[in-house]
Write a protein that binds this ligand. Structure first.
Ligand SMILES: Cc1cc2nc3c(=O)[nH]c(=O)nc-3n(C[C@H](O)[C@H](O)[C@H](O)COP(=O)(O)OP(=O)(O)OC[C@H]3O[C@@H](n4cnc5c(N)ncnc54)[C@H](O)[C@@H]3O)c2cc1C
Length: 506
């Protein structure tokens, strides 16, 4: 066995005629998107593991987080742009923001802001504002043919069907009505995952409502039962909880999470763009000794002797364990040879491609301030929706919009290899028509994000369980994170990084 020192800070060992890096006790993280960076961050925070190498195929970290600054200082978000503060995953991200000293950069958008209150649907060739108050639910708002509150009567009358899973479209159509499935849920699914509600599992968004039907016969009855249950358990625990609440609050008196609740944030973003988050994460982990290898593509994973051998840019390197934050598709390729069953499960998670077109128009071209509008798939329009960026972050003298196109309908609308020029012209044509804009844009940015969002189709939750069971049963030193498994939003993938790291906390 021969030992050589190289530029890469590891020892090369010759094994059976071929060279490999011996990294006993060392941890590899595959992928430098926000979930891989988070996994490294939480390993440093919570474990004694220190020899961590993050391997990223491209020339930068951040993955889909990309905030491009245009020549006149406008930020074009190509990926995510706003984050929700609600729930445990929302507070976890805000806590991370505080720890990374990004608090000063937070731009909160409160519930009373027009971008939070006003959301629109494009259907039957016009824009419709969704009701944003309880009173609005009692009125008939187009494109619905009855007050939305009526869908609760629908639910109480609809028979219970016992199912393991079904599409979110069929669940909503059965329980709440076809108009809600067509004009509310289908566009919402386009907005969240660029997907087709007729394929996406009800458990992607509505596990609790689905279980209400399965356990109590209807959403309304299940909701009432759960309220009653939590009221009863709250009364019993009031004394104990009041102690927990006060302690939590005094620990986090100045935290963004607390402020978000106090000031009723609906969402937030960062000054300079959301990419500030991945930049801060990368700087933080680098300063604490994590080696970030850019332009290094993992081409194969082989598990052996309780460890793992990675093929990186054609050479073999040994690690004790690996966290994969890669898309399920990419990971499937890497484990295919040794674990074809695992690869088949990973490959069964479909992905969609999205075209993101940022447009800048002179002056204020919008008739209504809002977050933007989503297009009902029934319209068969090539665009999924438009986000009014300059309502979220007001700009003097210009209107900034982002048009999302493709998703589940990318190939049927644009073929396999559309040019950026074609996508731009479709985006401009449809946006101008829907918003009655006369002049063309002053500037633009076009990005084609290939296979960027996984689709949680019917059976997804069971598939993830089978994947986890496979890894456990074969005792693979592999932990998974990223958007392929338990949530596609930024909060979810940060939490997934934390959970993947926790598998190796020592
Ligand atoms: C258009 C769009 C808009 C979105 N909007 C929002 C939003 O407003 N709010 C929100 O909360 N979420 C939003 N999301 C979701 C959120 O952006 C993603 O969930 C998140 O960025 C995914 O991060 P990730 O680290 O899991 O994956 P990625 O960002 O995909 O990171 C994976 C990394 O792995 C690298 N890699 C791939 N193969 C290899 C290999 N073989 N070897 C080494 N490295 C490899 C890739 O180069 C990449 O950097 C949006 C997503 C998209 C695409």
């Amino acid at each position: 066995m021969c030992h050589v020192r190289v530029g890469f800070p590891y020892e090369i060992v010759e094994v059976r005629g071929s060279y490999c890096f011996r990294m006993s006790g060392k941890t590899a993280i595959l992928g430098g998107g926000v979930s891989g960076l988070s996994a490294a961050y939480y390993l440093l925070e919570n474990s004694k593991l220190r020899n961590i190498t993050l391997i990223e195929a491209s020339e930068r970290t951040g993955g889909w987080l990309r905030s491009k600054v245009s020549s006149n200082g406008i930020i074009f978000e190509e990926g995510p742009r706003t984050v929700r503060p609600q729930g445990p995953a929302g507070s976890n991200t805000l806590h991370l923001i505080d720890r990374l000293k990004l608090t000063e950069k937070i731009i909160p958008i409160s519930l009373s802001h027009p971008a939070a209150k006003n959301r629109m649907i494009y259907a039957e060739n016009k824009l419709h504002k969704l009701p944003n108050s309880l009173l609005g639910m009692f009125r008939t708002n187009s494109p619905f043919d009855r007050p939305l509150i009526g869908c609760l009567m629908n639910d109480l009358r609809a028979p219970k069907l016992i199912k393991d899973d079904e599409t979110i479209y069929s669940f909503v159509e059965r329980r709440l009505g076809k108009d809600v499935a067509d004009y509310l849920i289908s566009p919402m699914i386009c907005g969240i995952c660029a997907g087709d509600a007729r394929q996406i599992s009800v458990k992607f968004l509505m596990t609790a409502l689905f279980e209400h039907e399965q356990n109590h016969g209807s959403i309304v009855k299940g909701f009432m039962a759960s309220r009653l249950q939590s009221f009863l358990s709250f009364s019993q625990k009031t004394v104990k909880n009041s102690f927990i609440f006060s302690r939590e609050h005094s620990d986090s008196r100045f935290s963004s999470h607390r402020l978000a609740g106090k000031e009723k944030w609906s969402m937030w973003t960062l000054r300079g763009g959301l990419e500030q988050l991945s930049i801060a994460l990368a700087n933080d982990i680098k300063s604490r000794g994590v080696v970030i290898g850019l332009n290094i593509r993992c081409q194969g994973i082989t598990f052996a002797d309780g460890g793992v051998e990675l093929e990186l840019n054609g050479k073999k390197y040994k690690f004790a364990r690996v966290i994969s934050s890669l898309s399920a598709k990419h990971l499937a390729d890497l484990v295919q040879r040794q674990h074809p069953k695992l690869a088949a499960e990973l490959l069964a998670i479909p992905y969609v491609t999205v075209a993101v077109i940022n447009l800048v128009f002179a002056g204020n071209v919008l008739e209504q301030e809002a977050f933007g509008f989503l297009v009902a798939p029934k319209e068969q329009s090539p665009i999924l929706g438009v986000i009014y960026d300059s309502c979220i972050l007001p700009r003097k003298d210009t209107t900034v919009l982002t048009v999302m196109m493709g998703g589940a309908w990318f190939t049927s609308n644009f073929g396999d290899h559309p040019t950026k020029e074609h996508l731009l012209s479709v985006a401009i044509q449809h946006t101008k028509k829907i918003l009655n804009i006369e002049a063309g844009p002053l500037s633009y940015n076009v990005a084609i994000l290939k296979d960027c969002i996984p689709q949680y189709v019917v059976g997804h939750q069971d598939r993830i369980k089978r994947i986890e069971d496979y890894v456990g049963k074969h005792k693979l030193p592999l932990s998974l994170c990223g958007s392929a498994y338990k949530g596609v939003g930024l909060n979810d993938v940060i939490l997934s990084g934390q959970q993947a790291a926790s598998a190796f906390y020592q």
